[in-house]
Write a protein that binds this ligand. Structure first.
Ligand code: SF4
Length: 508
């Protein structure tokens, strides 16, 4: 029997389930650079270049193993633009008896492949994606019947099950599950930040960059510099450098932001994990090993492991537990369009111009820039979930809907009404000022609550609390904010609402 083994652009791993029983003499690996996938949202140029180059390198590694590969380049005359047409083309041209793939990571694509399964005349086997710690079924079992689906408790279950940072007696190493209270240190501009590990593009990547510049010229983003890893070997170098050079400071400075320092002490491996070049189990295992062997600080190692074993697994589980309704949720009835400066970085708000400019340049911004600057501003100004999800999904190299949607609709916009987060993540300028040095370069005054030169985050923040008072006043995690609000005079509140309205009508 000759089987077509379809490999998607985010399944670039020899351990993927669709390849587990490949017959090298007969089977055919099918990979294609498809217009439909590059444009269903207009992805950042660097994201497209990264995925296409990594796909081409993976295909070449498959050929080196002696496997038969049908690789359809973007500009090939045989390119049929969509998976359905490409598969139908392959079936009729390569006389295969069976089609096999690992399930797609996004709801949109799973629906498409299920429809295709009903149409094609050869057997079509769709296998489970085994790259995660927790299956979708495990999450469902954990979630069913619970009143609240908090990540922390799911994370603890996985820590216990996989014995990560655990003592023999079943207690967490160090005595606590979570060291977040030690992980909110303000940035230290005098402290050395290790250089970003740059991988020089080879001829394959250079060809792809030329292709993307030509074919996707109207997409957001720069291709001026490209230093991402595009093979597993290169991604392992990045991971090793992170563990050796940055991990020790990751914990305390994970929320810190500095002007013109996009990388800080973060790992920048999300794009490699999500495309398959790195496996989450190996990443967690190497970080844990570094804790024991290199004596790295527990708050840094636990904080990093929680991002992968906790947060990443949790958002994927939640996505599949709640789709498709999750994509339609809009608890706060937000309906404004995304400000134009999210595409241009042309804004007087320095924190936002930094975050958008770095996103344009690198298809990357770290999680506090995403959550507390870009996301916070969108929530305070009432950007609709559809608009913001489109932006986040298209501009970040690590963004796939299964990870992007819960983060944006759940964490950033509280669109799910509190399924994911226990309160909306809103703040005024004081938080950004504490965690960055941005405000000293900004024309607005972060200390002022109202007035023409006041930081807009300030009056927008209080305006948000006033607007949604009925919804959140009784939320115990927001009681301090509402106590402060209750002490304001009516005149203060009137001025806040007025300034917010002027800003919403003009600047944003
Ligand atoms: Fe951002 Fe306000 Fe600080 Fe300016 S003053 S950088 S707008 S937080």
């Amino acid at each position: 029997m000759k089987t077509i083994r379809l490999i998607l652009g985010d399944q670039l791993n020899f351990g993927i389930s669709s390849l587990s029983d490949i017959n090298p003499n007969k089977d055919l690996i099918l990979m294609a650079e498809l217009n439909e996938e590059a444009t269903y949202v207009k992805h950042h140029k660097k994201k497209i270049a990264f995925i296409f180059s990594a796909m081409r390198h993976f295909a070449e590694q498959c050929r080196k193993k002696g496997w038969n590969v049908c690789y359809i380049k973007y500009d090939s005359p045989d390119n049929k633009s969509s998976f359905v047409k490409q598969i139908q083309y392959a079936i009729s041209n390569f006389s295969c008896d069976k089609l096999c793939m690992t399930e797609a990571g996004e709801y949109r694509l799973r629906q498409e492949f299920e429809q295709l399964n009903k149409k094609i005349l050869i057997p079509f086997e769709i296998r489970k994606d085994t790259r995660f710690f927790a299956t979708e079924e495990i999450f469902r079992e954990w979630a069913n019947g619970r009143k609240q689906l908090r990540m922390e408790y799911f994370y603890r279950e996985l820590r216990r099950e996989y014995k990560i940072l655990m003592n023999e007696d079943g207690t967490p190493v160090g005595g606590k599950w979570n060291y977040d209270t030690e992980n909110r240190v303000s940035p230290d501009p005098t402290k050395n930040i290790p250089n970003f590990t740059q991988i020089e593009p080879d001829s394959v990547t250079k060809d792809v960059i030329e292709l993307v510049n030509k074919s996707f010229s109207d997409h957001f983003g720069s291709l001026e510099t490209f230093h991402y890893a595009v093979t597993r070997e290169e991604a392992l170098i990045i991971l090793e450098k992170f563990i050796n050079e940055r991990l020790q400071d990751f914990g305390p400075f994970q929320d810190a932001m500095l002007t013109d320092e996009p990388w800080m002490y973060h790992s920048h491996i999300g794009l490699y994990l999500n495309i398959g070049l790195l496996n989450p189990k190996e990443v967690v295992s190497l970080a844990e090993q570094a804790f024991f062997e290199k004596n790295l600080p527990l708050n840094s190692v636990e904080g990093f492991i929680r991002q992968i074993l906790g947060w990443r697994e949790y958002v994927r589980g939640l996505y599949w537990y709640k789709m498709p309704e999750y994509s339609q949720m809009n608890y706060l009835d937000l309906n404004r369009t995304l400000p134009e400066f999210y595409w241009s970085a042309d804004t007087k708000l320095f924190c936002l111009s930094q975050s958008v400019a770095q996103t344009f340049e690198h298809a990357y911004a770290h999680h506090i820039q995403r959550l507390m600057v870009l996301g916070n501003y969108a929530l305070l100004t009432g950007v609709s979930p559809n608009e913001l999800n489109y932006w986040f999904l298209s501009v970040y190299a690590d963004a796939y809907e299964w990870v992007e949607l819960p983060n944006v609709s759940g964490m950033v916009l509280f669109a799910d009404g509190g399924i994911l987060a226990s309160k909306p993540y809103v703040s005024g300028g004081a938080y950004i000022d504490r965690m960055s040095n941005y405000c000293s370069s900004c024309q607005f005054n972060v200390k002022k609550r109202t007035g023409e030169d006041a930081c807009p985050f300030n009056y927008l923040y209080w305006n948000f609390l006033i607007t949604h008072e009925d919804r959140f006043k009784k939320n115990p995690r927001m009681s301090m904010m509402y106590r402060t609000l209750s002490k304001m005079t009516d005149e203060n509140k009137k001025q806040i609402k007025k300034d917010a309205q002027i800003w919403l009508n003009s600047e944003c």
